[in-house]
Design a protein around this ligand. Structure first.
Ligand code: MAN
Length: 551
């Protein structure tokens, strides 16, 4: 890759000037004077210093004594420290050198004119160097011309894309208005269809809730009646004190015996309770602790937490004997001895309860569960409601489709607006760089530039990307704004600012990230070549403003 200074390039690219120069070179003038200044040195007149500070006889010019403060009387010697010596360099590029280089033993001018005192003999290489330079310049011109063709293509693409997007935007905005109206209409229809649907569904739900409540209360009634019948051991149609006392689960104080007072707590303080009172008053207060005698554990097998467990049905004494001592509980061990057995008892006690529950679960069986689940399930809607749901579903689908369409249109509109707001250069020449990424690798990192999006860095050895910056703005000097880009708001640097990147754009035949550096911690500089910044004036621009040409 060749990098040429623009000023030299410009001069190299004016071959005709080089052809004219040999002829002009013969115009008589003092040594070290440029042709353009020859008129100021008239041998028939006194010499006026360029700064008009003095007028001296013409013989004082190049007499190796500095008379003029600006050094203009000594263009061809080294007498004035601030003087300039002009090399004509016929066949190549003329050059001004500081007068201290005159006769210093080093050949500075290709025509050798700066070394005339014989300290050194300089051969004239201007013809040869000029030829080479012109060939180089010619090549460069060809390459810049090629880059310019690419740029023209970029401009066409960019302008076309902008026009297309603008046209699409107009179309989309029209479509959006229509879709918005359609959506609103469909929303109204949806609401219209949903009102009777909701009414019918609510009605169905309410009827179902009522049915469930009814079933629940019937269930509760029959549970209460079953409990009453079970507790009414002597079948005299009342549950009396003795019958309640037989149920150890009513042992409130946990002393192993249900006292009359404890029984009465549940019996509305009466000695006996008939079916109606039992169902309405007693059952609600006992239903959570009540156990049929047939499910009660033998006394003495209760764990401390499970004191209310009653003795098994087989061991229930007849009602008249109920106050008599309860027989010892059966054990699940062959032998009845010592501590180990106590532990086993504990074990068995726990498992007694679990096994019993499991047994009851199993007894209820899968069919029972299914039936229950079936009972819990709300019945299907009636035909009229089903039809209303169908109509509402259709209205909902239509509305949702239109709503989705509208969202899609809004998204595309917003994307296009974003695109049109993006400054892609005075002639949209940077359009081509959008939605593309360019990478380069240095010793440690892989750097990536995605123009108008972001700049990143990642370790060459792998790992996650660090965002160095997000597209910010054009950042070139006021008279060449599009010569650099700023990407800022990158990842925070723990030991510095938020990361940011300045991307210097240079004219090049290819879009290429050619350099990446970090001049200050977390402040990066990229060099990016692109035909998009080339111009015919690239060749003649002031070197301070024009980008380098890298071709
Ligand atoms: C990472 C890289 C470097 C940067 C340091 C700052 O290592 O992003 O470029 O200088 O963090 O801590």
């Amino acid at each position: 890759m060749e990098i040429l200074d623009i000023t030299s390039l410009f001069l190299l690219l004016v071959p005709c000037l080089c052809q004219i120069l040999p002829a002009l070179a013969n115009i008589p003038r003092p040594r070290g004077v440029a042709i353009s200044k020859a008129g100021a040195y008239d041998p028939t007149k006194d010499f006026t210093c360029f700064d008009h500070s003095k007028v001296v006889p013409f013989e004082y010019v190049n007499d190796d004594y500095c008379d003029c403060p600006d050094g203009s009387d000594e263009p061809g010697t080294s007498a004035c420290p601030n003087g300039w010596f002009h090399c004509t360099n016929a066949g190549h590029i003329p050059l001004n050198i500081v007068s201290s280089r005159v006769n210093d033993g080093i050949c500075d001018c290709c025509d050798g004119s700066d070394e005339y005192e014989g300290i050194i003999t300089c051969s004239n290489t201007c013809k040869e160097l000029g030829k080479q330079a012109r060939e180089e310049a010619e090549k460069m011109k060809i390459l810049v011309d090629q880059a310019m063709k690419v740029k023209v293509d970029y401009i066409e693409q960019g302008k076309k894309a902008k026009e297309e997007k603008k046209a699409r935007l107009v179309q989309l905005e029209g479509d959006r208005d229509k879709m918005d109206a359609k959506r609103n209409d469909l929303e109204a229809r949806k609401n219209e269809a949903e009102a009777p649907e909701k009414e019918a569904k609510d009605r169905h739900q309410a009827a179902w809730e009522a049915e469930k409540a009814k079933r629940q209360s019937e269930k509760e009634q029959s549970k209460a009646e079953a409990a009453f019948n079970e507790m009414d051991l002597n079948k005299d149609n009342v549950v009396d004190l003795l019958e309640v006392v037989a149920h150890t689960e009513f042992d409130i104080d946990g002393n192993g015996v249900v006292s009359d007072d404890e029984a009465k707590e549940y019996m509305e303080e009466q000695d006996q309770v008939d079916l109606t009172t039992f169902v309405e008053k007693m059952w609600p207060s006992i239903k959570d602790i009540y156990r049929p005698l047939s499910e009660a554990k033998p006394p003495g097998t209760e764990s401390p937490e499970d004191q209310e467990v009653a003795p098994p049905a087989g061991d229930i004494p007849p009602p008249e004997d109920i106050k008599e001592e309860v027989p010892p509980p059966p054990t699940f061990d062959d032998e009845d001895d010592d501590e180990e057995d106590d532990e086993d008892d504990e074990y068995d006690d726990e498992h007694y309860s679990d096994e019993h529950d499991e047994f009851r679960e199993e007894a209820r069986g899968d069919d029972g569960k299914k039936e229950e689940a079936e009972e819990e399930k709300m019945p299907d809607y009636n035909e009229e409601t089903k039809l209303l749901i169908q109509v509402a579903d259709e209205a909902r689908n239509n509305f949702n489709e239109a709503d989705e369409e509208l969202k899609k249109l809004d998204k595309e509109i917003s994307d296009i607006k974003g695109f049109l707001e993006l400054d892609l250069g005075p002639n949209a020449e940077f359009y081509f760089l959008r939605e593309k990424c360019y990478e380069m690798t240095d010793r440690e990192y892989v750097y990536k530039l995605c123009p108008f999006d972001k700049a990143t860095q990642r370790q060459k050895s792998g790992g996650a990307e660090t965002t160095l910056g997000n597209w910010g703005h054009w950042s070139g000097p006021a008279d060449n704004v599009y010569s650099s880009m700023k990407y800022d708001r990158g990842q925070h640097c723990w030991n510095g600012p938020d990361r940011s990147v300045e991307v210097i754009l240079r004219c090049g035949l290819e879009n290429m990230l050619t350099g990446a550096s970090e001049p200050n911690r977390c402040e990066y500089q990229f060099i990016f070549t692109t035909p998009a910044v080339c111009s015919q004036s690239t060749m003649s621009d002031d070197a301070t403003h024009a980008p380098h040409v890298e071709l």
